[in-house]
Ligand binder design. Structure first.
Ligand code: KG4
Ligand code: ZN
Length: 335
């Protein structure tokens, strides 16, 4: 079985081949757009769509060529159908459907959030039920996952997503795109709890499992307005305290939810799950004291990628069969 996955929901165009159960699970080609959007300080949807359109046929050809395969060797084509930027989604979705039609292959639409939620299960034996923490640029949610097609969302962000708060924080500190990653690198170099930094506020919203990150972002803005960092060292120290405030809430609330719902396994996914401080905090707090099992995807499966789309596509196809190949792309959108 070979699955071709296609991801184009935001500013990365990615295509991947997935061989369920094989030693070489994935191969992938990604085309990133940071330089296109950086002058505008954020993703420009129309530029993203055009860039996907240019990249997608070339990287698909490159992917197949590298694998020594043709389209006829592919058994299933999976593409993201939302949530995401509408124009960007349409590019990947119509390309995928076109390939499926021309090569007479089944097509399956994939929900991007579900793909993050189940990404780690492609590489790890994970027992159900588990608690999933999805932390991306657009979403922060906790979900109780009973099987590959049965989950319940128990908490979500009421304002900014965790990744969004990191991206906006990077902007406040004058860092270029990709903001979250650049901020995380500064935080790794900085020291927590220095006079440059600040103990930024944490919103726990007890007893709810919802999240809120707009307060910490505003606190950073005010702090930087009053105390603009004069050295790289001071900037790194502020970054370290800011990242700590966000990761602290994510880890504490997730562990509390695991305890309350009596779940022993936590599965993390989404771009923010690549963060080293988050991984350390989970390791120290959950694995040490709580004997919880915390599973992270490998780094290529954290930020937006087509591997997770192929893997989730395969899961969905096994349960539900092929999706609709009709020309009305909007009918296959999830939101
Ligand atoms: O899952 P993702 O690639 O895209 C969405 O679905 O949104 O997540 C992107 C988010 C960005 O907001 C970015 O700030 C964050 O992931 N991110 C990180 C790191 N790398 C990316 N956050 C913290 N540490 C990182 N190393
Ligand atoms: Zn994503």
């Amino acid at each position: 079985m070979i699955v071709l996955g296609i991801e184009s929901s935001c500013d990365d165009t990615a295509v991947a081949l997935y061989r369920p159960g094989s030693a070489e699970l994935f191969s992938e080609v990604v085309s990133r757009q940071y330089e296109i959007h950086d002058p505008y300080g954020g993703v420009v949807p129309e530029l993203a769509s055009r860039s996907h359109l240019e990249a997608i046929p070339n990287i698909t050809r490159e992917l197949l060529k590298k694998a020594g395969l043709g389209l006829s060797d592919v058994d299933l084509i999976a593409a993201t159908n939302g949530p995401g930027l509408t124009g960007a989604l349409i590019v990947g979705l119509t390309f995928a459907k076109g390939l499926a039609l021309s090569a007479k292959k089944p097509f399956v639409p994939v929900n991007h959030i579900e793909a993050h939620m189940f990404a780690a299960t492609a590489e790890n034996e994970v027992e159900y039920p588990f608690l999933a923490l999805v932390i991306s640029g657009g979403h922060t949610l906790l979900s109780l996952v009973r099987s590959s097609d049965d989950y319940e969302i128990i908490g979500r962000t009421r304002d900014d997503a965790a990744g969004e708060a990191l991206d906006k924080g990077a902007k406040i500190l004058g860092l270029p795109m990709p903001g979250g990653l650049n901020l995380a690198l500064r935080a790794e170099a900085g020291k927590r709890g220095t006079p440059d930094g600040k103990r930024f506020p944490r919103a726990y919203l007890k007893p709810s499992f919802d999240f809120s990150f707009s307060g910490v972002k505003t606190a950073l803005l005010y702090h930087v307005e009053k105390n603009p960092p004069k050295t790289e060292e001071a900037l790194c120290n502020i970054a370290a305290d800011y990242v700590e405030a966000i990761m602290d809430v994510l880890v504490k609330k997730t562990i509390r939810a695991a305890r309350e719902f009596k779940v022993k396994t936590i599965v993390v996914g989404g771009g923010v799950s690549s963060n080293s401080r988050l991984r350390d905090l989970f390791k120290n707090r959950a694995r040490g004291r709580e004997s919880l099992n915390v599973i992270f995807p490998s780094l290529p499966l954290c930020t937006d990628n087509a591997r997770m789309i192929a893997a989730r596509g395969y899961q969905v196809y096994k349960k539900k069969g092929p999706g609709d190949l009709g020309a009305d792309v909007f009918s296959t959108f999830v939101n």
